[in-house]
Design a protein around this ligand. Structure first.
Ligand code: T4K
Length: 391
């Protein structure tokens, strides 16, 4: 095995790549060096985006529910066939405002196999996360949800991780039976369909991310979709300091507005939704046909039409970090989404939980590069490289 020390400087400045398998990983914000990077932003029509930037500068409307934010919301409503869309500064704030808007106290059942923002949003809303295990594809385990429900349960917050879809029918039944709202963290799932229905209208509301690493990038940004007019009104006010009209503040809010530059970027990318899904699907097919055992892709179910924005591969846990290092040495920056599981992160490990499937997945998964920066030839090369590393 290659020594990690040979590629990992002892102190790495932010912004420089770090071998993702190294212990005590220094968080890199934008690794510029590796050629193939998980999360490299999709840029689909640079000329149109720049033209829109000129318009924003010319009109001098830079934020506060401006025309691009509204156009983005309208297009999301149309694409997702949902009645209301609220654009926000990022998905983390979207989750926080949504949880706060429920006006509840108590516990929120949430999978630990997610990005830490899902859990933090619960704590920051004055609620208590109750971590739940997942199934073999990383989706919330509904049997475990039922066992965790008690009188203090305020909400269930499943995550459509990798754009794969939770058991929405069963969660709806649980929600109705127990009178507990379900809100979905669909940060990865913009454009995904379940049995032909686009995600966006499931549960009380869904949250999508427009972060730079996401399928549809707005540099930063988040969306809440809902079919409840009352909830949408509350959220529109909450993202704008609680304003209910000019000089009228009726509730507590914050500044979670999406700026016009962000909205223009997201809109320009969203207009190419089908194009980027098709590109990602082609890459996924290449990975799927070329990866050899013991490597195994986590695939969408038959009922799902994925956006293929993540390419999660299961590796034997004893080989996983070796594979990551080998890829890194070949200029491929793959990621351990999600390691080590939120319940084992410093901020939550005092809970002393053991969630066997979450832990097993977090020790096995590697996400591979995809998106507009990766060509079909690149995907073939990456597949070959990972096969060799695992061989
Ligand atoms: N719920 C779920 C399930 C989520 O996955 C997330 C976010 C959220 C909620 C919250 O959404 P936001 O509040 O962010 O809208 C990244 C993203 O920062 C985060 O948005 C995302 N999930 C998570 C899965 O991935 P890191 O810590 O891995 O980011 P970072 O900086 O290491 O970047 C990832 C990769 O992208 C790197 O390989 C480098 C590349 N990159 C990144 C940026 C920012 C670029 O090439 N250019 C860039 O500008 O969290």
């Amino acid at each position: 095995m290659t020594s990690l020390k040979s590629v990992t400087p002892s102190s790495t400045p932010l912004g420089q790549p770090v071998d993702p398998a190294s212990s005590g990983e220094v968080k890199s914000s934008v690794p510029l060096k590796p050629k193939y990077v998980v999360g490299k932003p999709n840029i689909l029509d640079r000329a149109l985006f720049l033209e829109r930037v000129e318009q924003i500068l010319d009109t001098a409307i830079h934020t506060n529910d401006g025309p691009f934010a509204r156009r983005l919301e309208d297009l999301v409503k149309e694409e997702l066939d949902v009645q209301h869309c609220i654009a926000l500064a990022n998905a983390t704030l979207a989750l926080e405002l949504l949880l706060q808007s429920l006006n509840k106290v108590g516990e929120v059942i949430v999978p630990s196999f997610t990005f830490v923002a899902t859990a933090h949003s619960i704590v920051r809303s004055g609620l208590t996360p109750i971590f739940c295990d997942v199934d073999e594809r990383g989706l919330i385990d509904c049997d475990h949800v039922e066992r965790l429900i008690n009188k203090s349960t305020a909400c269930i917050l499943p995550v459509n991780v990798y754009g794969n879809v939770c058991n929405v029918a069963r969660l709806k039944t649980i929600s109705q039976k127990c009178d507990i709202p379900v809100i979905y963290d669909s940060a990865h799932a913009l454009g995904v369909k379940e049995n032909g229905i686009r995600l966006g209208g499931f549960g009380a509301a869904e949250v999508f991310s427009l972060h730079a690493t996401k399928f549809i990038s707005g540099f930063e940004g988040g969306l809440i979709t809902t079919n409840s007019a009352e909830l949408a009104d509350k959220l529109r006010s909450a993202r704008n300091f609680g304003f209910a009209g000019y000089d009228a503040v009726e509730s507590i809010g914050t500044n979670a507005k999406l700026s016009e530059i962000h909205a223009a970027m997201a809109l320009t990318n969203l207009e190419k939704l089908e194009q980027i899904i098709a590109h990602n699907r082609d890459l996924f097919d290449i990975y799927s046909s070329r990866l050899k055992p013991p490597l195994q892709l986590i695939c969408p179910a038959d009922s799902e039409q994925s956006n293929y924005q993540y390419v999660p591969v299961l590796c034997p846990p004893e080989l996983r970090n070796h594979i990551l290092s080998e890829l890194f040495n070949k200029s491929i920056f793959a990621r351990r989404y999600f390691y080590p599981g939120v319940h084992r992160m410093g901020a939550y490990q005092h809970l002393n939980l053991h969630l066997p499937r979450t832990e097993s997945l977090s020790e096995s998964v590697i996400c591979l590069p995809t998106g507009s920066a990766i060509s079909q030839a690149d995907a073939a090369l990456i597949a070959e490289t990972i096969n060799q590393a695992a061989g």
